[in-house]
Design a protein around this ligand. Structure first.
Ligand code: NAP
Length: 303
């Protein structure tokens, strides 16, 4: 089956491309600028907010499935640059969805738990979004664009994605490991509930949604909802780091530019019941994360 993956230089997109290529599918990755991080797939550099260029790339790849991972993901940067956020998260999403419809490809559109306000999480697929802040609003608009222009698409929401090696911007898990291994103290929110998600596991669920051409809304994230301090302490246990380096803090203590959902997290009963690629437990995710870190870091650290 021919796949096209946007955001192929990013954290999730790079994993999706790797898994598809490994399974023997022809893959075209779309990214901005040159290809970063390598990978055995054809690469096209495209600015996704330029619809004519997007359509040309999609027509040349003639995919049967498109997995749209590209997005402007830095929440505070979106708040400060709404034009750029709109272009990346709405204009680009609409262009990709129109392209999918034009070539008859099934679309898997990747979104976020930030479409919810975080007042009463965790949320299932039927919960009503109430986005706050530019990132959240533009991601919700991107979902609508996908639904309008590519009816039958899958909306795959994920949350706090982490993985090693880092790709795209530095992710929460990789940042945490980087600090703790140098024995640097870190402050983590104790009051924000999230669904931490291992990038490889998210990618596996996206690949399955694409391969099976499933539509509708799916929570494609980690299988447990917890606060970041609990996550950090569990990570210390698996990686052998000192948990006393973690100081609990509260979100309100930081004056962050963008609002963030507080009681968030996504329920994963649907994916657990209907997908072969199941959401992972925290311990399984952290043990795979640790194995990837060990494998990737052995030469640099001499073991
Ligand atoms: N990471 C998380 O914690 C998280 C949480 C919830 C949901 N999600 C969702 O998961 C999806 C994948 O995120 P990710 O973690 O893989 O993000 P990422 O690592 O930041 O990757 C996103 C990629 O999109 C590319 N991109 C952004 N704007 C573009 C544009 N206008 N044209 C072409 N490419 C563009 C970026 O290119 P550059 O590298 O050139 O900037 C980057 O490579 C997104 O839909 C995101 O909203 C992520």
């Amino acid at each position: 089956m021919r796949f096209l993956v946007t955001g192929s230089n990013g954290l999730v997109g790079s994993r999706v491309c790797a898994q598809l290529a490994q399974a023997g599918h022809p893959v075209v990755g779309l990214g901005r600028g040159g290809q970063r991080g390598g990978g055995a797939y054809r690469y096209i550099g495209v600015e996704l907010s330029l619809e004519a260029d997007v359509l040309t790339a999609i027509e040349s790849a003639a995919p049967e499935v498109i997995i749209h991972c590209a997005s402007m993901t830095e929440v505070d940067a979106c708040e400060k640059n709404p034009e750029q956020a709109y272009a990346a998260n709405v204009t680009a999403a609409a262009a990709v969805a129109r392209g999918a419809a034009r070539v008859g490809a099934h679309l898997v559109h990747v979104s976020t738990d930030y479409v919810f306000d975080g007042d009463h999480g965790p949320y299932d697929e039927e919960a009503r979004p109430n986005p706050r802040g530019v990132y959240a609003v533009t991601k919700h608009m991107g979902e609508q664009a996908a639904r309008i222009f590519a009816p039958g698409c899958a909306i795959a929401r994920t949350a706090v994605v982490y993985g090693w090696p880092p790709a795209g911007r530095l992710n929460f898990g990789a940042w945490l490991v980087g600090a703790l291994e140098k024995q640097q103290p870190v402050k983590l929110f104790e009051d924000q509930l999230v669904s931490p998600s291992l990038a490889e596991s998210v990618a596996a669920m996206l690949v399955e949604l694409g391969s099976r051409k499933l539509g509708g809304t799916w929570n494609t994230c980690g299988g447990e909802v917890l606060d970041r301090v609990t996550f950090g302490r569990a990570l210390c246990g698996v990686f052998g780091f000192d948990p006393r380096l973690i100081t609990p803090s509260r979100m309100a203590d930081l004056k962050l530019p963008a609002p963030r959902p507080l009681r968030s997290g996504l329920k994963t009963d649907k994916a657990r019941a209907l997908l072969a690629a199941k959401p992972l437990s925290l311990s399984e995710s952290l043990s795979r994360f640790h194995a990837a870190w060990k494998a990737g870091s052995t030469p640099a650290r001499g073991g």
